[in-house]
Design a protein around this ligand. Structure first.
Ligand SMILES: *[C@@H]1O[C@H](CO)[C@@H](O)[C@H](O)[C@H]1NC(C)=O
Ligand SMILES: *[C@@H]1O[C@H](CO)[C@@H](O)[C@H](O)[C@H]1NC(C)=O
Ligand SMILES: *[C@@H]1O[C@H](CO)[C@@H](O)[C@H](O)[C@H]1NC(C)=O
Ligand SMILES: *[C@@H]1O[C@H](CO)[C@@H](O)[C@H](O)[C@H]1NC(C)=O
Length: 968
């Protein structure tokens, strides 16, 4: 027979023989039944690793075959253990031959098909069956357990079994100790017999599609040590009978639909060390009797509907290692008694409404820290020194993060995101050498990222987004070589992206968007091998994007909002030299007529011609103007007695048409009441009465007959002025705008060759004069300066509300009245020009050197009211620093906002405050005000706040909101 076996045909024959085993025996009585059974069993399998090569049909006995154990006396196979051999195929009927099999373990293979070949009636000695982790399918035959025999342990876990569990299971009541049907697709109710398996020690039906309730009869399972019903659709209340299963050590009912309250009987389960009810619909308070379950090591009530405060009795759970109450409706604060839970490794209270300061018993108070230092950090004084996971995210914690957080030296995860924490990130985070995840995002933290962060050398994930962090990204991150995720978006970070980032080769996800980062991108970043997301959008970065690697495929949205960036991803080629966006011309006179734009813009010729036009026009007008004003005054005078036809007086909006509009008999309109100039002509002609000159003309002072002074602006742009109708419409609109912080326009005078604007006279001169030409002795105090900034902001906010863009903000256009209130003047004059041409505008505003928003130099960017915000930002910095927007040194040009930005990055921004204040200013106001100035001067218009926001921020700076609780 030897030479014939090995041939598959014969094997099939043999299978037939096995099925009629008497025949086989009669054929060769010495041939072991077990050899035959196993060979046939093997024939149904694929054995890619040839683990069963020792299974040779020529053998007399299988007892030395791989995976086979025999009873040494009978030489019959008692154990077949073929775990993890990558076997595939199906479990064949050859097994039925193994009459004396006690243990069958085929776990962790790739077996398919059903289990109909396993017949407990025929394999009456089977005690342990482990078929877990295969791909077996089908349902368990209804009579499978009919003759349960001596079955003690059955695992069908991690297969693809489906259907209902057979009722015959109840037959196993006497013997079955362990039943693991987890991770299949069993469905329907558990057969009632399950609850009568009173020999059962361990029941795991988790991760199926089972449903129904748990009967009170569960109390019959009084040998039960562990029950896992997790991940099913069980519903109803947790029966109080569970309290009678006194030997229970592990209860996992998580991820079901259990509702109601935790039954009080559970407090009798004093051996229980694992209790998870996570992800159900349980409600009520966390019971105080939980403190009786003193062996608890894991307590997970997360994702339910528990409410109320956390009971003090939690403090009795001294063995507790893992505590998870996340995502409930818990309120109050964390009980201090919990400082007794010294074994805690993981604490998760995230997503509740727990408030107050961060619990002192976790973090230690400053006092305790001092004490600990004195005692050289003696072991006992460390409350939760073993804590590895601390998640208090998405709650209502307030106050600062205690600086002694560094004593939690085992921390691997610290998540405090989504609270209302204030103050700086403690430097001691650098002591957390085991820290893998640090998430402080979505708080109100300020200050800079501490250099010491580099001490947290295990850090894999750092998330600080959506705070108020400022300063630079510290180079010390270089030491966090494990970093994969670095999210710092939505802060106020400044300075460059550190080149050392290129050394963090594990980096995958980087987000610096919505900050104020400057400079160009380090080329070496292209070498980061694992990068899959790098978002630097909405910063002030410039220059060329790195080429190669990830950067060849970077999405445009990751780099957008950086107007000065160039490269393929932003669809903009890089020029050899970047034009400077701000027009700087130290030689331009304060009068606008000689304004020149940089040659790089290529419009020099046009500008010059327009400028020349203006200059010529202005010269002509001065002559005509002198005459006209004389006439005007004469006529106004005579009008009071004779109502000259040439003059029209009008109240409010009611304009009537002047009969003549030639140069000599113009139209005078006062918006309110009668014009009544009492001063002689000499007053207007007299150079002494000239108040100043600007881009749009010279301003003179004169007095109405009632003694009220007014300012008269003689427009020097007449050659550009619109038609009379347009002019009147625009002036009328400007005249309607009234605000305590705006210089009121009171009237106008029109002829084709001369236009005068008559406005409120403001007594104390311009802000420019106060700041830069202040009389020796009195300088503006901090309070005066702050008021000026705030008032100016309010005035501008009102203008913008009225849809008027100022276009020409500068300190000489801000006037100060006798009570120190600022009034914004000269607004909207650009509207009087026939076209809002940006080159005309920039030449007019050339005098406003340093105030001009960069978009004026950029043809493609629409000019909006955001250009005023830029000018306001410069003005704000000017007021705080007392320095001109652009100062010309011997061989250097200093641009104010660049200087302040630089100082801020170097952490010495306070030094920028006007030296004449001699330290008499509140730092907590001055620094944020300067930061606001820098934000207003963002290069990108959309990054600048709107004026309403500016007013709100200023008011907040002046009186910071209350309710930031102090840490005890
Ligand atoms: C299991 O079998 C399937 C198909 O028969 C095959 O794709 C898979 O790689 C196998 N897995 C193992 C661990 O052998
Ligand atoms: C097991 O074998 C017995 C006797 O041969 C038979 O009556 C029973 O139906 C079989 N059960 C299964 C589940 O195949
Ligand atoms: C219960 O079963 C689930 C799913 O099978 C598993 O993830 C969990 O760890 C089990 N619980 C216990 C306490 O073993
Ligand atoms: C949670 O409990 C609150 C009362 O404490 C109740 O109003 C709410 O409906 C409950 N939510 C669910 C999903 O059961």
């Amino acid at each position: 027979m030897r030479h014939l076996l090995g041939n598959r045909k014969l094997l099939t024959l043999l299978t037939l023989l096995v099925l009629a085993s008497q025949c086989v025996r009669s054929l060769n009585p010495s041939l072991n039944d077990d050899v035959l059974g196993l060979i046939v069993f093997k024939a149904d399998l694929q054995d890619p690793k040839r683990k069963l090569s020792s299974w040779n049909q020529d053998a007399d006995t299988p007892c030395n075959w791989f995976g086979v154990k025999c009873n040494p006396r009978s030489n019959r196979v008692t154990e077949l253990t073929l775990d993890g051999l990558s076997l595939s195929g199906k479990i064949g009927r050859g097994l039925l031959q193994l009459q004396f099999l006690h243990k069958l373990s085929l776990a962790r293979n790739n077996l398919t098909g059903t289990i109909t070949a396993i017949n407990l009636t025929r394999l009456a000695n089977l005690r342990v069956v482990d078929l877990s982790d295969n791909s077996l399918s089908g349902s368990i035959p209804e009579d499978f357990f009919e003759e349960c025999g001596s079955l003690r342990s059955l695992s069908l876990a991690k297969n693809k079994f489906s259907g209902k569990l057979p009722g015959s299971l109840s037959s196993c009541a006497a013997t079955l100790a362990s039943l693991d049907l987890s991770s299949n697709q069993f469905s329907g109710d558990l057969p009632p017999g399950v609850w009568g398996l009173n020999g059962l020690r361990s029941l795991d039906v988790s991760d199926n599609l089972l449903e129904g309730g748990i009967p009170k009869g569960i109390e019959a399972l009084n040998n039960l040590r562990a029950i896992n019903l997790s991940k099913n659709r069980f519903a109803g209340e947790v029966p109080s009978g569970i309290g009678s299963c006194l030997l229970l050590r592990s209860i996992d009912f998580s991820e079901n639909l259990f509702s109601g309250y935790l039954p009080e009987t559970m407090q009798k389960l004093i051996l229980c060390n694992y209790l998870s009810m996570s992800d159900n619909l349980l409600a009520g308070e966390v019971p105080s009797w939980i403190g009786e379950m003193i062996r608890l090591e894991t307590l997970d009530l997360s994702r339910n509907n528990f409410s109320g405060e956390i009971p003090r009795e939690m403090g009795k759970l001294e063995s507790l290692q893992v505590l998870n109450f996340s995502a409930n409706g818990l309120t109050g604060s964390l009980p201090e008694s919990m400082s007794n839970c010294r074994s805690l490794l993981s604490l998760d209270f995230s997503r509740n409404s727990i408030g107050g300061g961060l619990p002192v018993w976790i973090f230690g108070s400053a006092l305790e820290k001092a004490w600990q230092l004195e005692n050289k950090l003696s072991q006992s004084s460390n409350t939760l020194a073993n804590l590895q996971v601390l998640d208090l995210s998405e709650n209502e914690f307030s106050g600062e993060i205690a600086s002694c957080i560094g004593v939690l030296s085992s921390l691997k995860l610290l998540n405090l995101s989504g609270n209302s924490l204030v103050g700086p990130i403690p430097r001691t985070v650098g002591d957390l050498k085991e820290l893998d995840v640090l998430d402080l995002s979505k708080n109100k933290l300020n200050g800079s990222i501490p250099l010491e962060i580099g001490g947290a050398t295990s850090l894999g994930e750092l998330r600080l987004e959506r705070n108020f962090l400022s300063g630079q990204i510290p180079n010390s991150v270089e030491n966090c070589s494990q970093l994969t995720t670095l999210i710092l978006s939505h802060n106020s970070l400044t300075g460059p992206i550190p080149a050392v980032l290129a050394k963090l080769t594990n980096l995958q996800d980087v987000d610096f968007s919505f900050n104020s980062l400057t400079g160009s991108l380090p080329k070496q970043l292209a070498n980061l091998p694992n990068l899959y997301s790098f978002n630097i959008s909405h910063n002030h970065l410039q220059g060329e994007l790195p080429a190669g690697g990830f950067f060849n495929t970077i999405s445009p949205s990751s780099v957008s909002g950086n107007p000065a960036l160039c490269g393929a991803a932003v669809n903009k080629s890089c020029p050899a030299v970047l034009p400077k966006p701000i027009v700087l011309n130290p030689n331009s006179s304060s009068d606008s007529s000689t304004g020149v734009l940089p040659q790089s813009l290529g419009h020099k010729r046009i500008i010059l011609s327009i400028s020349a036009l203006i200059a010529i026009g202005a010269a002509a007008v001065i002559v005509v103007g002198v005459i006209a004003i004389t006439v005007l005054n004469l006529r106004v005078r005579s009008s009071t007695s004779r109502s000259a036809a040439a003059l029209t007086f009008s109240g409010g909006d009611d304009f009537s048409q002047s009969p003549t509009t030639d140069a000599n008999s113009g139209k005078l309109v006062m918006f309110s009441g009668e014009p009544d100039f009492s001063t002689g002509t000499h007053a207007l002609l007299n150079k002494d009465c000239e108040l100043g000159r600007g881009g749009f003309g010279a301003v003179y002072r004169t007095v109405l007959r009632d003694g009220r002074p007014v300012a008269i602006k003689k427009l020097t742009v007449s050659s550009l002025v619109k038609s009379q109708d347009d002019f009147e419409r625009e002036v009328k609109k400007l005249g309607k705008v009234r605000h305590p912080n705006l210089v009121a326009l009171e009237g106008y005078y029109w002829t084709t060759s001369l236009q005068l604007l008559i406005s409120e006279f403001v007594s104390s001169g311009s802000l420019y004069k106060h700041l830069h030409e202040g009389p020796g002795g009195h300088f503006l105090s901090w309070n005066e300066r702050f008021n000026i900034i705030l008032g100016t902001a309010k005035g501008l906010a009102h203008l913008h509300q009225s849809n008027i863009i100022h276009y020409n903000i500068k300190s000489s256009n801000i006037l100060i009245d006798s009570s120190g209130e600022p009034k914004v003047g000269d607004y909207g004059l650009a509207r009087l020009l026939p076209m809002l041409d940006r080159y005309v505008l920039s030449s007019k505003i050339q005098s406003a050197l340093g105030y001009m928003a960069p978009e004026f130099a950029c043809k493609t960017v629409k000019i909006t009211e955001k250009c005023d915000i830029y000018g306001f930002g410069v003005l704000l910095l000017e007021v705080v620093t007392g320095k001109r927007p652009v100062e010309y040194m011997e061989d250097d040009v200093v641009v104010l906002c660049d200087m302040v930005r630089g100082a801020l990055e170097d952490g010495r921004v306070e030094e920028c405050v006007d030296g004449r204040l001699q330290g008499n200013f509140p730092v907590e106001e001055a620094v944020p005000v300067m930061k606001l100035g820098l934000i207003c001067t963002s290069q990108v218009p959309s990054n600048r706040p709107d004026m309403g926001e500016v007013v709100n921020i200023l008011e907040l700076i002046r009186c910071p909101s209350e309710g930031q609780e102090e840490l005890v």
